[in-house]
Design a protein around this ligand. Structure first.
Ligand SMILES: Cc1cc2nc3c(=O)[nH]c(=O)nc-3n(C[C@H](O)[C@H](O)[C@H](O)COP(=O)(O)OP(=O)(O)OC[C@H]3O[C@@H](n4cnc5c(N)ncnc54)[C@H](O)[C@@H]3O)c2cc1C
Length: 431
């Protein structure tokens, strides 16, 4: 099987790369082993919220030069401010074209409200999530925070208390929905995604409206856990219309409905554009000839190789086995690629829990074009994208999704340019 590009890993980075490649008319296959970080995420996408020295990045793009000085191995520093700016704008357009309704801009971060009612800075948030601009006060009037009886992954009282501490008027409520009684019998099944499967059914809408209405009579705005609108936002918009008040969703503990919806929407866009997804398959070996990859093999395809002109490694970090940590060793399991400097074992972690943990920045080392290196030599047709890259801390620097989107779009752009160049050379030879 032969493609222009094979992408290893189908998380945020792999999918966005595949969407850009297929949009440009290239054939692309994504091999994806399993769930990805989006299934566990807030659904909001971070670009850059803090520099390594703790400085707050209200305007992420304006902080890129300072970031380069403090973190020269950060993927943004390797690419340079101009490319990061170009690809941040491109990411916004592609997400929008894919049918994802997000608010926010790379010019200025905003705050989203967390499941605990705190404010957390971010770049893009789903339209349905409550947000507030920097230096602004939320203008929501009286907020009713409505939890679902028996659903332990969301505590309305904690959210309401925190909102009150912020000077807002908020009250906590629980809605009892008899239609969920069957689900309630098994507490381990009472999770956001399973709840949504019931709440999303049109025949249940009248009962949901009837039960919530008396709780919100005195309120102007409603906050609920993100348990409605799994496949599309339609059920949420319908409920909002029937309740007659703005209704916002707060992320819950994983599995995250907001992250899953984002993933599914990107997947649909990739397939709509002719992309081939191989879900549940796993890259098992990579065959190199000289400084280039010729083909890869996967668990499900056995001896049948997948060949391509270009490859992208987007297998994620420790969370999804893109990197593996043993007691005294960290490695990239597919090709044993070079990694950014790994400190001695005792320095992998910092004893202060909330400090930047050194192991978070472990990852694959690349050249400035984000091509992987092995034993110091660049692999010419292997770009690295997303969380498997080294040199950044997604948690304390608030840049996880941004690195995935920007490195993936950079890889796609390089591939498109390179294949265009090759086509032009071939055309000249033919003439
Ligand atoms: C729990 C968690 C929550 C997060 N929440 C947020 C958030 O709210 N906002 C934010 O901005 N960032 C968040 N992040 C940061 C996150 O890393 C990025 O946002 C981004 O989603 C990572 O995408 P990725 O595609 O690089 O990697 P991943 O999402 O990890 O995807 C990698 C994919 O590669 C597959 N894979 C691995 N090995 C192979 C193989 N050999 N063959 C085939 N496939 C393979 C995996 O199964 C997986 O599907 C979070 C990270 C984690 C771990």
């Amino acid at each position: 099987m032969k493609y222009d590009t094979v992408v290893m890993g189908g998380g945020l980075a792999g999918l966005i790369c595949g969407i850009r490649l297929t949009q440009s008319g290239l054939s692309c296959a994504i091999v994806s082993a399993g769930q990805n970080a989006l299934h566990f995420s807030s659904g909001s996408l971070d670009l850059l919220t803090h520099l390594p020295d703790g400085q707050v990045a209200e305007n992420p793009l304006a902080m890129l030069d300072a970031l380069s000085e403090q973190a020269p191995a950060h993927p943004y520093s390797l690419l340079g401010a101009d490319k990061v700016t170009q690809f941040a704008h491109m990411a916004q357009s592609i997400l929008q074209q894919s049918g994802i309704r997000l608010k926010g801009s790379c010019e200025e971060n905003h705050y989203r409200i967390t499941p605990l009612g705190h404010k957390r800075m971010t770049w893009l948030s789903p339209e349905s999530v409550p947000t507030v601009g920097l230096h602004q006060q939320m203008d929501s009037g009286k907020i009713a925070v409505v939890g679902i009886e028996g659903f332990l992954d969301f505590q309305p009282q904690m959210v309401a208390d925190e909102l009150q501490r912020e000077g807002l008027q908020a009250s906590a409520h629980y809605v009892h929905l008899p239609l969920l009684d069957r689900l309630r019998e098994n507490p381990s099944e009472f999770r956001a995604v399973n709840v949504a499967r019931w709440l999303d059914r049109p025949e249940n809408m009248a009962e949901i409206v009837e039960e919530i209405t008396p709780l919100i009579a005195d309120s102007d705005t409603i906050f609920m856990p993100a348990c409605i609108g799994l496949d599309s936002e339609e059920p949420l918009l319908e409920l909002q219309k029937r309740l007659g008040k703005p209704l916002y969703l707060l992320p819950t503990l994983p599995p995250s409905l907001l992250g899953i919806r984002l993933h599914e929407t990107l997947l649909k866009q990739f397939r709509r554009q002719g992309g081939i997804l191989m879900p549940g398959d796993k890259v098992t070996s990579v065959n190199c000839v000289g400084s280039r990859i010729e083909s890869i093999q996967t668990r499900n395809h056995g001896n049948i190789s997948l060949k391509a002109k270009q490859f992208v490694l987007a297998t994620g970090s420790f969370f999804n086995n893109g990197l593996v940590a043993k007691f005294d060793r960290v490695y990239e399991p597919l090709m044993n690629l070079d990694l950014c400097e790994i400190s001695e074992r005792a320095k992998w972690t910092h004893k202060e829990f909330f400090a930047s943990q050194p192991y978070m920045a472990f990852g694959v080392k690349t050249d400035r074009l984000l091509r992987a290196k092995k034993q110091g030599e660049v692999i010419e047709n292997l770009y690295v994208a997303g969380a498997v890259l080294g040199g950044f801390d997604p948690l304390t620097q608030g840049c996880g999704a941004g690195v995935s989107l920007i490195s993936a779009l950079h890889a796609a752009n390089e591939i498109v340019n390179e294949l265009d160049k090759n086509k032009a050379v071939q055309a000249e030879v033919v003439q």
